[in-house]
Design a protein. Structure first.
Length: 581
């Protein structure tokens, strides 16, 4: 799906603000190459992910896959050369992570020792080609990466016929992110085209590499700018709830279970138009407006007036790193306050202020924010937030391979299309955007509905052709599909009510549809029962007391009476009343 961002006056202002920030950051201390002889540090994001991998049980949670069907005359030699050249250009794709004196460090393999690890399979003429294709893609999706030995990018080229192939490429998140997939897509297309024509590499040399950025980040995080940002996050997130207490179908496991599933989400054209109009009236982006509705639903379901929602930021505010493959994406924790029965207008203003503040202070790594806020740490849930919202933006980096028609693989192993992997998250919604971080479904283990769940719930949306659409990924250890379908229905109804009346109190917006309201208010509250007509009430009570004398009959505050005790007291009172006539 190609996503086209809506352009509002607020978004134009945000783009200007980001451009000004980019200019300022470019004038600050530049990112420069560092000496490769010594041990190279990890970035903060890499270090956190490395520690998570050491805990185990992550499976393919942090794999970033691309699956493409190639139709036409494929030049396999040019494809191999192009893949090898991408690995040669980007040190991140030649990097492994080893432990030295208890700390991880980066090790970069020389170009001459590094090629793209591509397995080839020929299923042409195989009567079981489609089942075997599904098996190979499941195998590719499930195969774990060894961070210490590498490689951390790999692929499979599966031949289905003379003019039909499937290309599967998988990277580990520690060396890549959604923006990086756009870089990979763009460079692969340019290199394949050049090599197919017998021309040399057309790409300019890269000014710096990821290891240079990681070393620069370590120095910069001690600077005055980040100290000011640290104060913002400490103040904003201080006292926020540790856990969003949503009602779940299953008890929360003692340790996070990353097994998940996903389902498609789509808002129709009328609702999308209503939300765009609402956003224009209040100077918000569609991201902010949807975030307000999402927070309202989460607050109503949890009964909490404070909701923290995570959202990824591309974190590409330096000109030196725009063309690099690497793990740059940062995560922002947006605290939305729902107390005081705000109107829709009030909530939109709160969300806008919070999103703009987060965008202004997005340079400090999420890992440092966690250390600053010091939430109670638990293996059972993510720190600071357990629910995410990602806004997908238009991709300009569609893969084009001369002489080939590109398409998705579908249920055979991917939900991706030719352009899906290239979504860059560049246009932004309050500068808060990232792609390929949340859908999770691409390249999952077989079923199109399976996914890795990094958090409890992750909503990924964007606008395309007049409709807002995307997917929601959920932890199957906590939620059933029916519950998540119901939750999506709540979101749709709340957004519809917001678009219809922005003066209405958020806590009065309807969640339930007519069928569920009838179920809750009528069917579950039916008191009708068959009543024996041959006995009076006191006789029926005495019969119950005889059947279950020790059963609790009445409770008041901290006191209770069994049927036997209540029957005895009733008899005493009856005798007293008789005695008094």
């Amino acid at each position: 799906m190609t996503l086209t961002p809506s352009v509002t006056s607020a978004e134009r202002l945000l783009k200007l603000a980001r451009a000004a920030k980019l200019q300022r950051s470019s004038a600050a201390a530049p990112i420069e190459p560092v000496e490769r002889g010594a041990d190279l540090p990890l970035s903060f994001a890499q270090q956190r992910l490395w520690f998570l991998e050491q805990l185990g049980d992550l499976g393919g949670t942090y794999h970033i896959p691309t699956r493409l069907r190639l139709q036409g005359e494929l030049d396999r030699g040019a494809l191999r050369r192009a893949l090898d050249r991408v690995v040669a250009r980007h040190e991140a794709l030649r990097t492994t992570f080893v432990e030295v004196e208890g700390e991880p460090v980066q090790r970069i393999a020389p170009v001459e020792e590094s090629r793209f690890h591509l397995l080839e399979h020929d299923l042409d003429g195989d009567p079981e080609a489609q089942p075997e294709l599904r098996r190979l893609l499941r195998e590719e999706a499930r195969a774990l990466f060894d961070l210490a030995r590498g490689p951390l990018i790999r692929g499979r080229l599966i031949r289905l016929g003379p003019d039909e192939h499937v290309l599967a490429v998988t990277m580990h998140h520690i060396v890549s992110d959604g923006w990086s997939m756009g870089v990979f897509t763009r460079e692969l297309g340019a290199l394949y085209g050049a090599f197919r024509r017998g021309e040399p590499d057309p790409l300019p040399p890269l000014p710096v590499q990821y290891a240079d950025y990681a070393a620069w980040q370590r120095r910069w995080v001690e600077g005055e700018v980040l100290r000011g940002q640290a104060e913002y996050w400490t103040e904003t997130l201080g006292g926020a709830p540790e856990l969003l207490e949503l009602p779940t179908d299953h008890p929360r496991p003692a340790r996070v279970d990353h097994a998940g599933a996903w389902m498609a989400v789509e808002l129709d054209e009328a609702l999308t138009a209503g939300l765009k109009a609402l956003s224009q009236r209040h100077g918000t982006t569609l991201f902010m407006t949807v975030l307000a509705g999402w927070a309202a639903v989460l607050g109503r379901l949890s009964g909490q007036e404070d909701v923290v929602v995570g959202t990824p930021a591309a974190n590409r505010g330096r000109v030196e790193i725009e063309g690099l493959i690497g793990f740059f994406v940062n995560t922002l924790a947006l605290r939305i306050e729902l107390g005081g029965s705000p109107s829709v207008s009030d909530l939109l203003a709160r969300v806008k202020e919070r999103a703009l503040g987060a965008q202004k202070n997005q340079d400090i790594p999420f890992e440092q924010v966690v250390e600053l806020v010091q939430p109670v740490r638990s293996l059972a849930h993510n720190p600071l937030f357990q629910v995410m919202l990602t806004w997908q933006n238009a991709s300009e980096d569609r893969l084009e391979l001369p002489g080939l028609r590109l398409g998705g693989v579908g249920a055979a192993g991917s939900a991706g299309s030719a352009g899906s992997a290239g979504s860059t998250g560049s246009a932004g919604s309050a500068g808060i955007a990232e792609s390929a971080e949340s859908a999770g479904s691409v390249g999952s283990a077989g079923s199109a509905s399976q996914a890795a769940a990094k958090v409890d719930l992750s909503l990924s949306l964007g606008e395309s052709s007049g409709r807002i659409g995307g997917s929601i990924t959920y932890a199957t250890a906590l939620f059933t599909r029916e519950t998540v379908e119901r939750l999506v229905g709540y979101l749709r109804r709340v957004l519809d009510a917001m678009a219809a009346d922005d003066a209405r109190a958020v806590d009065r917006l309807e969640l339930l549809d007519a069928a569920e309201r009838s179920l809750v208010l009528e069917r579950w509250n039916r008191a009708a029962a068959e009543v024996p007509r041959d006995a009076c009430v006191h006789e029926r009570f005495e019969a119950q007391a005889a059947r279950a004398p020790e059963a609790v009959a009445v409770v008041f505050e901290d006191r209770s009476l069994t049927y036997a005790e209540l029957n005895e007291r009733a008899n005493r009172l009856a005798h007293q009343l008789r005695g008094r006539g």
